[in-house]
Design a protein around this ligand. Structure first.
Ligand code: DOR
Length: 443
């Protein structure tokens, strides 16, 4: 593996976990060498002029679906990771509900092979839990390039499912790394889909997969966490009730949780009226009461991180009548622009973006080399132009999905240059050089 690059990022405002500061950044051999006001890097080092720009550490997106192998008409590792770096995401972890699903070391190896030379950001891949592989996961999760184990308690896109407590407990007792969980209760989901009238529309999606589906599963999950003491990461929290439950049970580091930008920036019923099935995802986007609770929990630290749950489907697939329309919203490229808009709107601070998009994922999953602003960590950065205050345009987006519920939204800044281990990898709306993502390492 070649030595990383040298780079001097000069004159920007660096945003880390404290207040922003005017500082230069010196990356040597791909790693952060120094950060400060009076750096003296050697003559001849490549320079990026960041005057007037914000310099954020590269974002980590711990939940994306890039659809390869098997569903490449929706996305593939090359297109999805290009969207990632265009949005300032320099590391991603990809979910196992591909075709075939990633449920064996061979399937994991296949994805790593596919990513090599084609992924534009650093990567790891989740193994999907099943009743068949439950007892092997503890050994398999130690493989290089494995992001951990993902468990679907309720059915969503694909057929991965571990619905009953006994099998979930077997998964939790097999291994030590934090398990990522899609927490919706399968039994209740089945009942509610069966009871749904013939004329149901996507407007009913939050009622079909209701608060009870999410709350019942998360309650069962926390019981099992307490029993087994296995750490979990609750994906895409969607209800005020789950936030209250997580606070009340207070299981400390055993439970970390995530929210998607969609649950923070879209609200029912407007999003379904405006975008139809293009706003349909699992668990559903709900009304304002839930959105307020999720925002508050993100600000106060109850929710530890953001994952985009980038889940592209084609426009034609989305046009099928509900409930045939598939669930999932693309979003890996729009995390940072949305959060910048939240800083404009005053409910988030710039340094919170670093906490929830870099520190939070590290806290949950233990990535090595990615500590924001720490000397010796990877020189991953994204430069943001805070003066770009334009509507979000579709032709900026690289996902094969070809739509975004955020099209037309007024921006308060846009990522303009992305740097991976000291090399500019994205600039002027295009990939620079060959894709150079590497396998993520874990502590
Ligand atoms: O809406 C969703 N889409 N939720 C999931 O859990 C899966 C995802 C997908 O893969 O389409």
């Amino acid at each position: 593996m070649g030595r990383g690059s040298d780079l001097w990022i000069r004159g920007g405002e660096v945003v880390l976990e404290g207040a922003g500061q005017r500082a230069d950044v010196w990356v040597e051999g791909g790693r952060l060498r120094a950060l400060g006001a009076d750096l003296e890097p050697p003559a001849g080092i490549p320079v990026v002029d960041a005057t007037g720009l914000l310099v954020f550490p590269g974002l980590i997106d711990p939940q994306v679906h890039f659809r390869e192998p098997g569903l490449e008409h929706k996305e593939d590792i090359a297109s999805g990771s290009l969207a990632a770096i265009a949005g300032g995401v320099t590391s991603f972890c990809e979910m196992p509900n591909t075709r075939p699903p990633t449920t064996s070391p061979e399937a994991l190896e296949d994805k790593l092979h596919r990513a090599d030379g084609r992924a534009a950001a650093d990567y790891a891949f989740f193994l999907g839990a099943t009743a068949e592989n439950a007892d092997r996961l503890g050994e398999w999760e130690q493989a290089e390039g494995c992001a951990g184990v993902k468990l679907f308690m309720g059915s969503s896109t694909g057929n991965l499912l571990v619905a009953d407590d006994a099998t979930i407990e077997r998964v939790l007792r097999s291994g030590t790394r934090r398990v990522a969980v899609h927490s919706e209760d399968e039994e209740r989901l089945k009942q509610r889909y069966a009871a749904m009238g013939p004329n149901a529309s996507v407007l009913q999606h939050p009622e079909v997969r209701d608060v009870g589906c999410a709350l019942r599963a998360t309650t069962r999950l926390l019981d099992l966490v307490e029993k087994t003491q296995r750490p979990v990461h609750v994906l895409h929290l969607s209800t005020a009730e789950e936030v209250a439950l997580i606070r009340e049970r207070d299981l400390g580091q055993l439970v970390t949780c995530e929210v998607t930008p969609n649950h923070l920036f879209l609200e029912a019923p407007d999003c379904y009226e405006q975008f139809g099935a293009r706003a349909q995802m699992n668990p559903p986007v709900r009304d304002r009461r839930h959105q307020d609770a999720l925002r508050e929990a993100l600000v106060d630290g109850t929710i530890t991180c953001i994952g985009s749950d980038h889940a592209p489907h084609t426009i034609d697939e989305k046009a099928q009548p509900y409930p045939k329309s598939p669930s999932g919203i693309p979003g890996v490229q729009t995390i940072l622009p949305l959060l910048l808009a939240a800083t404009r709107d005053g409910w988030l601070r710039r340094q919170d973006i670093v906490r929830i998009c870099v520190r939070g994922p590290i806290l949950a999953y233990g990535y090595a080399d990615k500590e924001p602003g720490v000397v010796g960590s990877d020189g991953d950065f994204v430069l943001v132009d805070p003066n770009i205050q334009e509507p979000l345009q579709l032709d900026w987006l690289h996902s094969r999905a070809g739509y975004s519920p955020y099209e037309g939204m007024m921006l308060a800044g846009w990522p303009v240059t992305t740097i991976l281990r000291g090399t500019v990898v994205y600039e002027d709306h295009a990939l620079v050089g060959e894709p150079s993502g590497r396998m993520l390492r874990y502590r």
